[in-house]
Design a protein around this ligand. Structure first.
Ligand code: B12
Ligand code: SF4
Length: 508
């Protein structure tokens, strides 16, 4: 069987695992990639994005890949994009379309209800998808497959989920070719990898809390780690095969199992030692752990502060850590050469502008923070924070239903409440904290002068300037998200050329 995956913009490890599992059983796979020029969360311009969109090219490429099955992997942000393509594709190809991923898992009924969606897989997909493809290749889909959703006589049927895969070592290594092929023009190889699945925490804004309810019958198997040997062998093979610039550990919380992590870091430092990026968590971040990270060549660590009032953090986010704890961690990082990024969420339920300003003040007073990333809260379907907002009268049932159903996610979340420009200005103030002297930030925040900051998105500018200044003046290395400016330009030019050739000559 030939399966074609469709993916915009970002690397998708889920697809890479599904592809590897299928290939191991003798099937063929391909990934059709849409760069979504000027609508890729790096450079946003509505006019250029509309003018340069590549839907027709993507559809022609899917058709030309001669698939037996087309597979979509959906995060909430790309639901609308996926539907737009799938609806047109359904008119051209009479083959099964199957959907999976976190959005499908969160609101399976709404996703399956679409005419262009024939089947869905809820939760972890490797086994279910393989069984689906194998049964289809034998002539008819076996509708009893656990995790599978399908339609029968106009009814939607969603089978119960199986337990999450207990031994992650049973999985093949993810099929990286798919992604490196799509991003070859950038000439930059970042190797994204996960050593674990699951998270012991239950932050209300994160889907991890919902996934735990999905797997509530199997709590003991939810947080799983690969063996150190298995993870090392993937990294060793990858290092031999590709010219890797850096490693991106994308685990929700890789440090959670401390002994495992220390053993892994020791071997990593000896055998791999490439610069890496990792998510860390206040729960177990102490001096020793930061030294271990530093010795292993960690360049960038990301820590979620989210907000500054301990009560909001505890009651709204279920993150019960004191500001003193964060201050100590930041102080320790400031004495390392690791570039520390702090994640912030603005527009939390009942969060006042005053509280947002206090975040900027805290960051100014703790110069160990190299960069702060202020997100504006997005209510992702089925996350606990939606219920908190409902209880506080901030969302009504109709709005919750709409955010679960909507194909256009932006109005609720992307730029927060559009009318409140002050929030966007505080966001810019936070973005400026690593660049301006602390007393300027304090002056801007305390005297309301931040309202004079222009209302343009300073994210990319501030991020790049900070990375540059920390590198030059403090020898810190920011393992940049995915690209440098020349790499990004090469990427854009490559796809612009494809678009041009397609429009002029009809060649894909
Ligand atoms: C790695 C990661 C990223 C990476 C890669 C994203 C990607 N597309 O894979 C990067 C850094 C790019 C990223 C970016 C973002 N992310 Co992110 N990310 C994650 C993280 C930590 C792990 C995802 C992962 O690789 N999991 C491991 C793989 C193996 O699991 P999986 O992807 O779920 O796939 C399995 C199943 O879902 C299923 N499956 C998946 N697809 C399909 C398709 C078919 C056909 C089938 C049958 C099965 C199937 O089978 C797979 C194998 O078991 C998750 C948290 C989490 N635990 O999922 C958040 C998460 C997915 N991210 C999230 C968010 C919000 C974002 C951002 C919007 C953040 C931001 N503001 O920038 C961006 C937007 C990205 C975009 N628009 O595509 C949210 C999504 C919420 C939602 N409802 O959509 C999550 C759930 C975290 C959270 N806050 O709750 N992210
Ligand atoms: S620690 Fe991170 S992955 Fe875990 S629940 Fe909280 S936000 Fe989600």
């Amino acid at each position: 069987m030939k399966v074609t995956f469709v993916q915009p913009v970002y690397e998708n490890l889920g697809i890479q695992y599904l592809s590897a599992v299928l290939k191991r059983s003798g099937h063929q796979t391909e990934m059709v990639y849409d760069p979504r020029l000027f609508n890729d969360m790096k450079v946003e311009n509505a006019f250029l994005a509309r003018y340069l969109q590549m839907d027709d090219w993507v559809l022609d490429r899917i058709v030309a890949s001669h698939p037996d099955i087309v597979a979509f992997s959906i995060m909430t942000d790309i639901y609308g994009w996926s539907l737009r393509l799938a609806r047109r594709l359904k008119k051209r190809l009479d083959i099964p379309m199957i959907w999976g991923g976190i959005h499908t898992t969160s609101v399976p009924e709404y996703v399956l209800a679409n005419d262009c969606v024939d089947y869905i897989v809820v939760g972890e997909g490797e086994q279910a998808f393989l069984e689906f493809v194998e049964s289809y290749s034998r002539g008819a889909v076996d509708c009893s497959i656990p995790n599978l959703g399908y339609k029968k006589n106009g009814r939607l049927i969603i089978n119960p989920v199986r337990p999450p895969l207990e031994n992650l070592d049973e999985l093949p290594f993810p099929d990286k070719e798919l992604w490196f092929e799509a991003t070859r023009p950038m000439k930059r190889i970042r190797y994204t990898v996960m050593g674990s699945r699951g998270c012991p925490c239950k932050c209300t804004y994160c889907n991890a809390s919902f996934i735990k309810t999905l797997y509530k019958d199997y709590p003991q198997t939810f947080l799983r780690y690969r063996s150190v040997d298995n993870l090392m062998s993937e990294l060793t093979q990858a290092k031999q095969r590709w010219d890797i610039v850096d490693i991106f550990f994308n685990d929700e919380l890789m440090t959670a199992r401390r002994r495992w992590f220390e053993e892994f870091m020791t071997r990593y430092a000896e055998e791999i030692a490439l610069p890496f990026y990792i998510n860390v968590h206040p729960v177990n971040l102490d001096d020793k752990l930061i030294s271990i990270l530093e010795n292993a060549n960690c360049c960038t660590a990301v820590l979620g502060l989210q907000t500054i009032r301990e009560e909001t953090r505890k009651l709204v986010l279920h993150r019960k850590y004191s500001n003193q704890k964060f201050a100590d961690i930041i102080d320790r990082f400031s004495r390392s050469r690791i570039f520390l990024i702090i994640n912030i969420i603005l527009n939390l339920p009942d969060q006042s502008l005053e509280e947002m300003k206090e975040i900027a003040i805290f960051l100014a007073e703790h110069p160990g923070v190299d960069f702060a990333t202020p997100f504006l809260l997005r209510y992702y379907p089925k996350t606990e924070i939606v219920e908190i907002a409902r209880q506080r009268g901030l969302l009504i049932d109709e709005e919750i239903e709409q955010l679960e159903k909507t194909e256009d996610y932006n109005p609720f979340t992307m730029v927060g409440k559009k009318e409140d420009l002050r929030v966007l200005k505080v966001r810019n103030l936070i973005l400026l904290t690593p660049l301006l002297p602390a007393n300027w930030i304090l002056w801007l925040a305390r005297n309301e002068h931040f309202k004079y900051i222009p209302n343009i998105d300073l994210f990319q500018l501030s991020c790049r300037l900070t990375a540059f200044s920390r590198r030059v003046f403090q020898q810190k290395i920011y393992v940049s998200e995915t690209f440098t400016i020349p790499q990004y330009l090469r990427h854009i030019l490559h796809y612009l050329r494809k678009k041009f050739v397609y429009c002029m000559l009809g060649r894909i």
